[in-house]
Design a binder for this molecule. Structure first.
Ligand SMILES: C[S@@+](CC[C@H](N)C(=O)[O-])C[C@H]1O[C@@H](n2cnc3c(N)ncnc32)[C@H](O)[C@@H]1O
Length: 271
């Protein structure tokens, strides 16, 4: 990114304005990601300098809200990257055969489709004893958590929920469908709890057997990635499993702590 020092200063002003006025911590995320999202909003507002945009943010609550929505990276799906879920299915089969209680953490869980995928898979697969599975979904966004607790999803022009559920053999047993609206059944919801948790700041939760931390690290700047990994490591007991996103990786200085179970699908065993 090549900006003059004046532009640099004006961009920093926008970031300060965000930190002061919306529930989002720009300091966690990498600058190119922030720049892309902010520039997109500026284009929508027909504003081409950061100083003017900063003023707009100060004066216009509707724009603050629109920017907040643009900055919140909440793209997700049921069984996102289905090839990873085949490895995950094996992990869950083995763990539930060997252990009385298998704790899975989906962090971050966005609108809940990832933790519900875990619970549905457990209910759907005859080789997994779902009574042994407990799932926790956490996210920094209260809005995402509200949607997750509701457990209602809609097929839209860009999201085909029925197609997302294809890895299940009997999806109709785990979601109630009414046209384009899909509601996760009580039986599945009972396996999943939700809570707010900031992966940079809030530290470890209890020890988990499997942690899914997918599609957050790509947005986090290198300085805060270490904090996310500290959180993960303190929440993973030895021998437990960590899954990161398909375009993410374990930082080089921590690789010796993770043995790949399936490198391409980013599934690792904590040493
Ligand atoms: C792209 S979604 C990933 C959801 C899911 N893991 C997946 O891969 O489909 C990223 C989520 O990270 C959440 N998030 C952003 N910063 C966070 C932080 N510091 N701690 C916890 N969650 C965070 C966002 O609110 C968003 O819901």
């Amino acid at each position: 990114m090549s900006r003059s020092s004046d532009e640099e200063f004006a961009f920093a002003g926008v970031l300060r304005q965000i930190a002061d006025s919306v529930a989002f911590k720009p300091g966690y995320y990498n600058e190119s990601y922030l720049d892309r999202r902010i520039s997109a909003r500026m284009r929508r507002c027909d504003i081409d300098d950061h100083e003017a945009y900063e003023r707009r943010l100060r004066e216009d609550p509707a724009e603050r809200e629109a920017l907040m929505a643009a900055l919140t990276i909440n793209v997700t799906g049921f069984f996102r990257n289905p090839e990873m879920w085949e490895v995950f299915r094996d992990v869950l089969r083995r763990r539930t055969a060997d252990q009385r209680r298998v704790r899975v953490w989906s962090a971050p869980c966005a609108d809940g489709r990832e933790p519900y995928s875990v619970a549905m898979l457990a209910c759907d697969d005859p080789e997994i004893d779902e009574r042994r599975v407990e799932v926790l979904g956490t996210d920094i966004s209260d809005e995402a958590l509200d949607a997750a607790r509701e457990g209602v999803y809609h097929t839209t022009r860009t999201t085909d929920i029925a197609a997302e559920l294809e890895p299940l053999s009997t999806p109709a047993d785990w979601v109630d469908r009414d046209g384009d609206t899909f509601s996760v059944t009580d039986r599945v919801q009972e396996l999943v709890a939700f809570d707010r948790h900031d992966m940079v700041q809030d530290g470890a939760r209890e020890a988990f057997d499997v942690v899914l931390c997918r599609n957050l690290l790509i947005y986090i700047d290198s300085e805060h990635k270490g904090a996310v990994f500290d959180t993960l490591e303190a929440s993973l007991s030895p021998g437990s499993v960590l899954v990161v996103g398909m375009t993410e990786s374990v930082p080089p200085d921590r690789r010796d702590r993770y043995e790949p179970i399936d490198k391409r699908r980013r599934v690792f065993r904590r040493q």
